[in-house]
Ligand binder design. Structure first.
Ligand SMILES: C[S@@+](CC[C@H](N)C(=O)[O-])C[C@H]1O[C@@H](n2cnc3c(N)ncnc32)[C@H](O)[C@@H]1O
Length: 197
């Protein structure tokens, strides 16, 4: 069996980070996992006051592990519906000895938004709108599921107190309530930072 050795610079760039995972997961990286530089920028904004940060649809844990490494004063949680990806996230957490990172296996609709302070979202529900490029063939996809999840997240975010921070990456913004004010964005407008009024 091939064993994985931890590169002590696992967090410096995408190629180094990918080595925490088997080849099949590495191949999904470019399309499905947040780039290291984007994760750092997003985490800096969300962790500015510490607190509990939730990645909604955390995949193999890339955002949480990069964020947790750079911003030790915050705790990064990730909720992921696919059991296999959750296990890869747990394995990477152990390899990197991350102490302020936790992963939950389940649908985000089982999560109580009241338990978290700030939120990260990399277009997790988009897989319900497209025909190809899926992570696997194990899930049911539908436009109605996209709408249901987007509305559910919208409501969860709308119920949060003023000052709640949100970062969206590649989002169609159906899940962003108008009570969230856009306060910063990258030049390509793919990464957006929001604060609840
Ligand atoms: C684009 S990936 C982003 C992964 C991670 N946040 C990152 O940035 O590296 C979106 C992930 O959301 C997960 N996902 C989609 N719908 C979900 C749901 N309803 N509950 C939990 N996870 C979900 C998918 O399985 C996928 O792993």
């Amino acid at each position: 069996m091939k064993s994985i050795t931890l590169d002590p610079t696992w967090y410096v760039n995408d190629a180094a980070f990918d080595w925490l995972y088997p080849e099949r997961i590495q191949q999904l990286s470019r399309q499905h996992w947040t780039p290291v530089e984007v994760a750092k920028k997003a985490a800096k904004f969300l962790a500015s006051e510490g607190g509990k940060i939730l990645d909604i649809g955390s995949g193999v844990g890339k955002f949480c592990l990069i964020g947790g490494h750079h911003f030790q004063e915050a705790i990064f949680y990730g909720v992921e519906q696919r059991k296999e990806l959750y296990h890869f996230a747990q394995a990477a957490k152990e390899l990197t000895a991350a102490r302020n990172v936790d992963f939950i296996n389940g649908n985000f609709t089982q999560i109580d938004f009241a338990d978290f302070d700030h939120f990260y979202f990399y277009n997790a529900f988009f897989e319900n709108l497209v025909e190809d490029g899926h992570i696997d063939q194990d899930m049911e996809y539908s436009v109605s599921l996209y709408k249901y999840y987007s509305r559910y997240m919208f409501k969860g975010l709308d119920d949060k107190p003023s000052g709640t921070r949100l970062v969206t990456y590649h989002s169609l913004e159906d899940e962003v309530p108008p009570s969230y004010q856009l306060v910063d964005a990258t030049v390509d407008f793919l990464l957006k930072m929001w604060i609840k009024r």
